[in-house]
Design a protein around this ligand. Sequence first.
Ligand code: AMP
Length: 626
Amino acid sequence: MPTFKELGLRAEIVQALDELGFENPTPIQEKAIPQVLDSKKDLIALAQTGTGKTAAFSLPVLQQLDETSRNIQSIVICPTRELCLQIATDMQKFAKFMDLKTVAVYGGTSIEGQIRDIKRGAQVIIGTPGRTVDLINRRVLKLDNVNFVVLDEADEMLTMGFKDDLDTILAQTPKEKQTLLFSATLPSGIKKITRDYMNDPVEVSVAGGNEGTKNVEHHYYLVDARNKYECLKRLADVNPQIYGIVFCRTRRETQEIADKLMQDGYNADSIHGDLSQQQRDGIMARFRNRKIQLLVATDVAARGIDVDDITHVINYNLPDEEEVYIHRSGRTGRAGKKGISIAIIHSRERGKLKSVERKLKRTFEQRPVPTGQEICETQLYTIVERLSKLDINEKQIEPFLPAIMEQLGHLTKEDLIKHLVSFEFNKFLDYYKNARDLNNLSSKNDRRDRDDRPRDRDRGSRDRDRGRDRDRGRDSSFGDDRPRRSSSDRFLDKGKFTRFHINLGTKDNMNPSNLMGLINESLSKRDVEIGKIELMNTFAFFELDSDYADKLSGSLKGSEYAGKKVDLTIAKSTGPNDRRDRDGGGGERKDKFRDKFSRDRGGSGAKRHSSGGDAKRAGKRPRRPF
Ligand code: AMP
């Protein structure tokens, strides 16, 4: 392992690091420091908090600043006020033996003192986007001499809706400069920034290690032991894009579960010690190619599995040793991606869960088993998305068209769409129409837990993941003049939100920033609270302060975006444990679902959905359509 000196850092900086007790560079420092010192190339660094990223960008930048000039030579932009202060403090410590001045600019505090500090002269500015733009607009902050721009926690900045501010700031900087972008993940918005503002960037990342576990959410589902398999199936059904490993304890159980899943129409298979090497290789190849979505495995057999994009690890049983759980869950959340590790447990396994929590130093979040209604809704939209993305082979289908037209030509466009979607959807609807509540409600504790748990499932996990952000607070410098989303919605009463479905997705050039802009524009207002945004290819869900729901429906529905007529409907609320779900306040589209469910229960649906009925009579779930 090289020393800081060997990475090329000057004696004054090494001395400061010595005083701080930094003995050796961390992996991200080892990669980023020489890169920034030796090359003028832009840099993308995939690194999370806790990896030593602050020093990774600060040290090489500080070393290259001109101490004799008080011009602003570098600017670090970060999402929150607390992070801004932390970076400024760290940089001052690193530059203890240098003649460098840093100024932190952030909202929620008087701008006058910051203006004075900037006017006194500083080589480094560390700022939150809103306040930085404010100072640029006041012509206090001049960035024409900037040689280094650092975008720290770039993904967070985009999530928080700072894209426009970043554009404004970057437009003020000279063409000739080095841009360093640090981010825990690389969502498409970041890729756009790198395309727009970076020149042939070098990419570095620190894979593996313990930091990956920070990307993993830990959930558990409490069910009766006999309902574990049904719970597993529902988890697969509510996550149509699942790409996961299901861990079982014994070879026999592994084989049994995989067999059942295959019989029930899932893309599943098993890997365990009873298989020959050749068989294992074949299964692994199919898993890597995503021909298999769910790989059921024993711990021993799973050792060789080295796949990066696993979305879910499912513990069908909790292992006896906590370490084993940690290894299992480490198979997801890799390479900066988010992952979910799930334990399906029965009440006697709660003690084991607690000891895993202690070892892991993380809390599991109890999730309610997805309801049939929730699964149907997810599947419906998946079918719609798949239909919209379907490649049509004109040549192949042409000879059949006359006959098809004869059969279907009389249908209106609307009816045809209904037929098409129902073709697959009815199977799910029929299968789940009488779906039981699988949650184990047997013990008092369980009930209390469920009542205590956050009303919004996603918010609960986000809170834990971003507890750090909550501690830091947010840049409130312009909290009053712009919409905010996920960052602040945890502080709000969930009942305040209405969830919408909109027929615009990433394919329509939609991103959180654009969506917020569209909402603002439609409402002619900038301070309306926007909650969670979920963007898909061709559609999106978002939450909006319910007080503005009618106004938005009135103004946005039917308008045009990117040449497309906007369709906006009220969607079901997030989380089946949300009260609105239970008391029927979930909105217009959900009511349609409820009507449909009750019709089916009444018997009239049985005839209509006969294909699913056959499967059901055979005691099986309908074969998965995809
Ligand atoms: P960061 O990811 O920048 O927030 O850094 C996480 C923590 O690691 C901070 O408390 C840093 O002071 C500390 N740190 C950063 N680099 C090193 C290092 N090379 N040796 C020891 N501690 C470090």
